[in-house]
Ligand binder design. Structure first.
Ligand code: B12
Ligand code: SF4
Length: 445
């Protein structure tokens, strides 16, 4: 078959703020870079505006990436594409978790990674032999990944269209938290990209700020300290403004690496403290124990090296009572977080946690997938009612994201920087809390 073009689509989840979407469509940028150069490829991001379905036809292969929250949007896009005769391939975390559901309305489902399957899918489409399912869960080395191509850099125009470019340096996480779905698409083995590749990509994409997609970058302080040291020394030489990464709090135990990270322009760690309730420790995968004094010490130690801390908290665990909201707020107020994210525990499909809730008949009926945004209540908690969780969470968010709270945290964070840098730092400091405020606000819709 003659392939006219390949169209990779990201369904809408957040829209834009002042004309730009939050994060660059990194997943699609990687996939688009693997499309052979003689084949036209496009990235359509529904966050940036409505999709031009009229340009699809039977010679178009449509690829959609989706998380649970956007899977219903993905299905609508697939239906539109099918009306115009296109074939539709769906991948990403939701397709990986429940491929049989996605198979019902797509032509092919991609489970796991696509570094080996995506090119085969294109060849199979050309040969009219698209298979219903492609699986890659081998978690192979990241050494030979196709780099983001110049063609893709041009067509994404990420500096104009997105607030924060994404970048991947490591992938996977050997922890096995019962609620985690990220490890289903990135694997339980920690893999590292060659430092030369990372530096080359930063330079070619002309990145000065970025957010790491790595699920637990900080764990490498313990697992791969030499790699981290080399990485930081190389990044220190680049003209970067700032970058941020997800981590667990044990990075606080590595002051020397933290100092190098700061020199490498690492500005902010997003740290999953998860819960202030020690009763929940069995659910926290060993990385947090609900010991608030330890959390406080960790924040201090990380701040001491000049790195900001965004505290991530989840409410609704089985040992949480209605007091968890006031306890979380008290703890946040007394601890100098730079920003805070509070979410509701969310039993994503195919997690051990969801299996257990199903066994106990505790999932709320008829909750649409778009409410799996970590801000809606989707199950009956153990020690409070669903309404108590909903109201308590609303109350907590009103405290956390009030203009006053955001201002207090922001001004406190600004004070840690020299006055001459305050202007440059203001965006990074306030944007995280404001982004969370907006995401929480979407809960009402
Ligand atoms: C970057 C990111 C974001 C960015 C989004 C950037 C963007 N594209 O718009 C931001 C920060 C905005 C974001 C927001 C949220 N996110 Co997020 N995010 C991620 C993260 C960390 C990395 C994804 C990524 O880019 N990886 C790098 C690329 C290269 O790898 P990849 O995506 O896995 O893609 C590979 C394969 O999956 C496959 N593939 C994927 N799609 C497709 C499509 C086709 C056609 C094919 C062939 C293959 C394929 O091929 C790729 C190459 O191998 C993931 C964690 C993870 N590890 O997936 C969470 C993750 C996707 N997010 C998650 C969640 C829950 C959210 C939020 C809803 C809530 C929250 N508290 O974070 C919000 C959304 C809020 C809202 N209302 O919109 C969950 C989703 C769980 C689920 N089952 O749906 C994840 C898995 C994290 C987690 N803790 O579990 N997120
Ligand atoms: S530490 Fe984070 S990335 Fe690792 S398994 Fe737990 S939730 Fe997932």
């Amino acid at each position: 078959m003659h392939v006219e073009r390949i169209v990779l689509i990201q369904p809408r989840h957040q829209g834009t703020i002042w004309g730009k979407a939050a994060g660059s469509p990194y997943t699609l940028m990687r996939l688009a870079s693997m499309v052979p150069n003689d084949l036209p490829v496009e990235i359509w991001d529904e966050n940036l505006g409505p999709l031009d379905y009229a340009r699809l036809n039977a010679n178009t292969l449509v690829g959609i990436s989706s998380m649970t929250l956007t899977i219903d949007g993905a299905r609508e896009i697939a239906a539109q594409a099918h009306e115009r005769g296109s074939k539709v391939v769906v991948g990403g975390v939701h397709a990986t978790l429940v491929p049989e559901d996605v198979a019902a309305w797509s032509d092919a489902v991609v489970v796991g990674e696509a570094y080996h399957t995506w090119q085969r899918i294109i060849t199979d489409f050309e040969a009219n032999q698209l298979q219903p399912r492609y699986v890659d869960e081998t978690w192979e080395s990241l050494d030979h990944l196709a780099p983001i191509s110049d063609r893709v850099i041009q067509l994404t125009d990420e500096h104009r269209n997105y607030w924060t470019p994404s970048l991947e340096i490591t992938r996977g996480c050997p922890r096995n938290c019962s609620f985690c779905t990220a490890i289903r698409v990135s694997g339980k083995v920690m893999r590292l990209r060659p430092i030369d590749h990372v530096v080359e990509e930063i330079e070619r994409r002309k990145l000065v700020r970025f957010f790491l997609t790595d699920d637990n970058f900080g764990l490498n302080f313990r697992l791969h300290p030499e790699y981290m040291e080399q990485l930081f020394r190389r990044l220190a030489k680049l003209p970067l403004d700032s970058w941020s990464a997800q981590s667990e709090m044990m990075v606080a135990q590595f002051p020397d690496l933290l100092a190098l990270a700061r020199e490498a322009h690492l500005d902010k760690f997003f740290i999953g403290f998860e819960s202030v309730n020690a009763g929940n420790r069995r659910d926290l995968g060993g990385k947090s124990q609900g010991k608030v004094e330890e959390y406080r010490q960790a924040v201090k130690a990380i701040h001491a090296q000049g790195i900001a801390v965004v505290g991530l908290f989840v409410t609704g665990f089985d040992h949480d009572t209605p007091s968890v909201f006031q306890d979380t707020w008290n703890f946040v107020r007394a601890t100098e977080f730079d920003s805070v994210s509070a979410t509701v525990l969310t039993p994503f499909p195919a997690t051990p946690q969801r299996e257990e809730l199903i066994r106990q008949n505790r999932l709320l009926p008829n909750v649409p997938w778009r409410h799996y945004d970590t801000a809606h209540v989707t199950f009956e908690p153990a020690l409070m009612s669903a309404d108590q969780l909903r109201e308590g969470y609303d109350w907590l968010c009103r405290q956390l994201y009030s203009p006053r709270s955001i201002a207090v945290r922001g001004v406190r964070a600004l004070r840690r920087h020299p006055l001459r840098r305050a202007h440059a730092k203001a965006f990074s400091i306030f944007s995280t809390d404001l982004g969370y405020r907006k995401a929480y606000g979407l809960r009402a819709t």
